[in-house]
Design a protein around this ligand. Structure first.
Ligand code: AMP
Length: 209
């Protein structure tokens, strides 16, 4: 099954992508994670993307479309995949269509802006491996330390309050129109992502039936 998770930054797409990945045994692909990994490794693409990311802007379409084209060509995508954070613009969605990628389901996780801002202030990531935590909803075993690699947990630059506001603005202008795009293709499922993670997961799994 080929799945797209839509929703504002901080709506919980990454967490739900992991749950679907475990249930269906298909890879969860996050363009944000791929770009952050490129940045940690100091590749040209990562360095190019850095200024956009830090300011809460979208990385140019041609860059992310190239990333997705390469990633979807990998063997592990043969039985399906979950896209988390792609597409984020109409041209990116059109590029997927042009690649001949057939999307089965688009799940839009809805959370109001006020809740998003509060959630993102609690988000922390590992500076070494990129694993994601939350001060309330997904605490590490030891404060400030990654469970997986013992790296230091930091707040992402683009999770700082001012940047969150511009990311939400970008989301409403550039990404939200994708709801109509996929509604017209009869693929859109809208679910409420305001409650507990388990409640949202239940709705996500229902959308996949
Ligand atoms: P995320 O972790 O998905 O919130 O992505 C973090 C940042 O990576 C975004 O704010 C953008 O700067 C960049 N990014 C990730 N995915 C995309 C995309 N599909 N199109 C453009 N920029 C992206």
């Amino acid at each position: 099954m080929n799945i797209i998770l839509l929703g504002a930054p901080g709506a919980g797409k990454g967490t739900q992508a992991e749950k679907i990945c475990q249930k269906l045994d298909i890879p969860a692909i996050s363009t944000g994670n791929i770009i952050r990994e490129a940045l940690r490794s100091g590749t040209e693409m990562g360095l190019k993307a850095k200024s956009y990311m830090d300011e809460g802007k979208l990385v140019p379409d041609e860059v992310v479309i190239g990333i997705i084209k390469d990633r979807l060509a990998c063997d592990d995508c043969a039985n399906g995949f979950i896209l988390d954070g792609f597409p984020r613009t109409i041209p990116q969605a059109e590029a997927l269509d042009k690649m001949g990628v057939v999307i089965d389901r688009v799940i839009d996780i809805e959370v109001p802006d006020e809740k998003i801002a509060a959630r993102m202030s609690g988000r922390r990531v590992c500076a070494d491996c990129g694993a994601s935590y939350h001060l309330e909803h997904k605490k590490p075993k030891a404060d400030g330390v990654c469970d997986t690699c013992a790296g230091t947990l930091i707040q992402r630059k683009d999770d700082h309050p001012d940047t969150v506001l511009s990311r939400l603005d970008v989301y409403h202008k550039e990404t939200e129109p994708l709801k109509d795009y996929y509604k017209a293709q009869n693929k859109l499922w809208i679910i409420d992502g305001q409650d507990k993670v388990e409640d949202t997961t239940k709705l996500v799994f229902e959308a996949l039936e």
